[in-house]
Design a protein around this ligand. Structure first.
Ligand SMILES: Nc1ncnc2c1ncn2[C@@H]1O[C@H](COP(=O)(O)OP(=O)(O)OP(=O)(O)O)[C@@H](O)[C@H]1O
Ligand SMILES: [Mg+2]
Length: 250
């Protein structure tokens, strides 16, 4: 569903993404981890067609993002790290806009938009302008839009940031349900517990390069740390343990 090959992104001398290739299959949740500045958001922006790669190719649901961007983007849902929603629309108007843009049947829009607003506890705010929404409320509205259109490919950049515990649980349910129905999910997260519980496969990037990729079991074997949690694995693979020893001097 997502196919990335030989991807490079350079910003001047900085190589933000260095020869990245990966596939995410239908129904799979792929967790993309890495320290701050590793190149995760840059990769997300390239997959979503918001940024052009310096080199390499992205195929989304069979469409080449460079050659058929409109078709590719039609199949793709994005939850960016900073939720952007037109401030002068109300919550309900935003969902109707999403419904129209992605060809959701009018009948279905009429039924589901109030249901979704209710489900995300935005019911009383559906008629209010988005500019009055909190960060978490905007995030939930973006998620409601995703559920409304059920894209084949879902790209998530830190989707749980700013969500209260109940909403975070709901977001997790949404991602697993969509994956069960065949959506390919690509998720950047710093929350290792989420990656451990939700993701079928995990990739770890440092300084633009993918240094490990596979199931949790495969990563454990690669780091030869049998039985350890993802946190230890992550730290041993990204060299974080050296920093931990520095903490002794605090
Ligand atoms: N538009 C840009 N111009 C120049 N450099 C950029 C640009 N966007 C990103 N970078 C650089 O690319 C590198 C990767 O940034 P990116 O935002 O992809 O990291 P990240 O893995 O998402 O980090 P975080 O975990 O903090 O969100 C960083 O060194 C950043 O400074
Ligand atoms: Mg980022």
């Amino acid at each position: 569903m997502i196919e990335i090959s030989g991807l490079f992104k350079r910003f001047g001398d900085l190589v933000a993404v260095n020869d990245l290739s990966l596939r995410v299959e239908p129904g799979e949740i792929f967790g993309f981890l890495g320290p701050n500045g590793a190149g995760k958001t840059t990769t997300v922006r390239i997959i979503s067609g918001l940024l052009k790669p310096t080199e390499g190719r992205v195929i989304v649901a069979g469409y080449d993002m460079a050659r058929q961007p409109v078709e590719a983007k039609r199949q793709l849902g994005l939850v960016p790290d900073e939720p952007f929603v037109y401030p002068k629309l109300t919550g309900a108007e935003f969902l109707r806009f999403v419904g129209e843009l992605y060809g959701v049947a009018l009948e279905s829009q009429r039924k589901r938009i109030p249901e979704l607003l209710e489900m995300f506890e935005l019911g009383p705010w559906g008629g209010e302008l988005v500019e009055s929404y909190s960060h978490g409320m905007r995030q939930k509205l973006v998620l409601a839009g995703i559920v409304l259109r059920e894209p084949k490919v879902l790209v998530l950049d830190e989707p749980m940031v700013g969500l209260d515990p109940k909403s975070a649980r709901m977001a997790k349910e949404i991602f697993t349900t969509l994956a069960r129905r065949g959506t390919a999910v690509f998720m950047c997260t710093h929350v290792l517990e989420i990656a451990e519980k939700l993701c079928h496969r995990i990739g770890i990037m440092t300084s633009g390069s993918m240094i490990a990729m596979g199931s949790l079991e495969q990563l454990r074997r690669q780091a030869s740390s049998e039985g350890s949690g993802l946190e230890e694995l992550f730290l041993s693979l990204t060299g974080g343990q050296e920093y931990l020893s520095l903490l002794k001097h605090l």
